[in-house]
Ligand binder design. Structure first.
Ligand SMILES: *Cc1c(COP(=O)(O)O)cnc(C)c1O
Length: 442
């Protein structure tokens, strides 16, 4: 569980340094160097007096692993500090982090303003599932012209939901400008920062209010555990008529001395979004993260900066190679000078723009299939941000659920190939791509 101790002290140090210590105090865990896996469902109250303190939120502690677990808590606290937030709650997967955030912000119904540039599963759930809960999505036309975005915020719009860096195209957004408009209209901005990770981009520093992750991808990096997390900035004011559900008083949050019922805003004024999501959604929908998968994610974060740093460097070289190849129609990678996002990348992404590249294959569908099968180093599957380099033909799989029209709006042409660049030797990767082009095109 999150507390705000030592944040400012820690935030002045580089992420290279604090990724190890943030959220983890060895002294509280028998001086264990690697965070222990607390493989337990329940925690003893240790006496009636302590039980009363815990259940009345006078003391923050673990009771049952569906609402909190120490290993999961280390991960929550680490990411809260790395992102510079006021609270964090982990959950079973990226999709649960996204879905539960949407339900929490738009509880009871309403609209979310978003873009067509989203992960396939997110997009599909926005279409098929949320409207049945009274939550509807508008696809903004002015996301690249934030000064006009205000026109698209309606009376019942509850949030703006975005991805930066977008999957699969790697589009970047001016989150500072978009957040300023959102705040003028009294709504928060939720960012899926999965592709970037906090090494590449920190949405809260650019005005966003909530960050969601599929920690399954770059944060873990080794494809060995699903995980999700939600982090909040702590500055957005939910105490307005639009978010009346945040003012709702609950018996379970009552003051044990006065018996007065209280709301999440009353009890957790610094982090109402994450505590409300934790107790009303993660716990009741049972989407809790297992301590084992939290541990796997913690191991991944220990090498985050080396992985993302080398992957970004490798990816830039590969994007430059692709740009000159006759088998390639276009390349989307905002680290390239030819990218329309290059200036924004220089301004907001000092550590590089990550491992995701997409390109248009100049050839037939049969040739694309020959190309994929001919690769010897690249793996063919749908993960992202892995230590191994991956290839996928997004229109067929990661975004296969989009109709032809939706693919056109999302700018995912049928010849789009997505690469996620790993830690192999970059010259070996380039020669692998090269030999596959030769086999496919001759
Ligand atoms: C994979 C992914 C998700 C979903 O995450 P899971 O952990 O697979 O549930 C969400 N957003 C983005 C950008 C992703 O790449």
């Amino acid at each position: 569980m999150s507390t705000t101790e030592s944040t400012t002290e820690q935030r002045e140090l580089s992420i290279d340094t604090i990724r190890f210590s943030a959220g983890y105090d060895e002294k509280k865990h028998n001086y264990a160097v690697s965070p222990p896996i607390y493989q337990t469902t329940s925690f003893d109250f240790g006496g009636v007096e302590r039980a009363n303190r815990l259940t009345s939120f006078k003391e923050v502690g673990n009771i049952y692993s569906r609402t909190g677990n120490p290993t999961v808590g280390i991960l929550e606290e680490k990411l809260r500090i790395l992102e510079g937030g006021s609270g964090a709650v982990a959950c079973a997967s990226g999709m649960s982090a996204i879905s539960l955030s949407i339900l929490n912000v738009a509880e009871g119904g309403g609209r979310i303003l978003t873009t067509p540039y989203l992960y396939g599963g997110t997009k599909d759930s926005f279409k098929k599932v949320f409207p049945k809960f009274g939550i509807h999505f508008d696809y903004a036309k002015n996301i690249l012209n934030p000064e006009k975005l205000g026109e698209e915020i309606k009376e019942d719009t509850k949030a703006i939901y975005l991805e930066t860096i977008s999957n699969p195209n790697g589009f970047l957004l001016d989150v500072d400008a978009i957040s300023a408009v959102a705040h003028e209209h009294g709504i928060p901005v939720i960012i899926d920062n999965t592709v970037a990770t906090p090494y590449i981009y920190k949405p809260l520093e650019h005005g966003a209010d909530v960050v969601v992750y599929s920690a399954t991808k770059g944060l873990n990096g080794q494809a060995n555990g699903l995980a999700g997390i939600i982090i909040e900035g702590g500055t957005f004011d939910y105490n307005t008529d639009k978010f009346a559900h945040f003012r709702e008083k609950y018996y379970t949050l009552r003051d044990r001395d006065t018996e007065e019922e209280r709301s999440f805003l009353d009890v957790f004024p610094d982090a109402p979004f994450t505590f409300r999501t934790r107790f009303n959604y993660v716990s009741f929908f049972g989407a809790s993260l297992s301590p084992y998968n939290a541990y796997m994610t913690l191991l991944g974060i220990e090498t985050l900066t080396e992985r993302l740093g080398k992957e970004s460097k490798n990816a830039l070289k590969i994007a430059q190679f692709l740009e000159t190849h006759q088998g390639v129609e276009w390349v989307r990678y905002s680290g390239l000078e030819s990218s329309p996002y290059y200036d924004l990348a220089k301004r907001d992404y000092p550590n590089g723009v990550g491992s995701l590249i997409s390109f248009g294959f100049r050839g037939t569908n049969d040739q694309i299939e020959t190309f994929i099968d001919a690769l010897e180093i690249f793996h063919y599957h749908v993960n992202l941000g892995d230590t191994r380099s991956l290839i996928t033909n997004s229109p067929k799989n990661t975004h296969g659920e989009l109709t032809a029209e939706e693919k056109e709006i999302a700018d995912i042409p049928l010849n789009l190939i997505r690469l996620s660049i790993g830690l192999e030797n970059v010259d070996d990767l380039i020669s692998d791509l090269n030999q596959a082009f030769v086999k496919a095109l001759n």
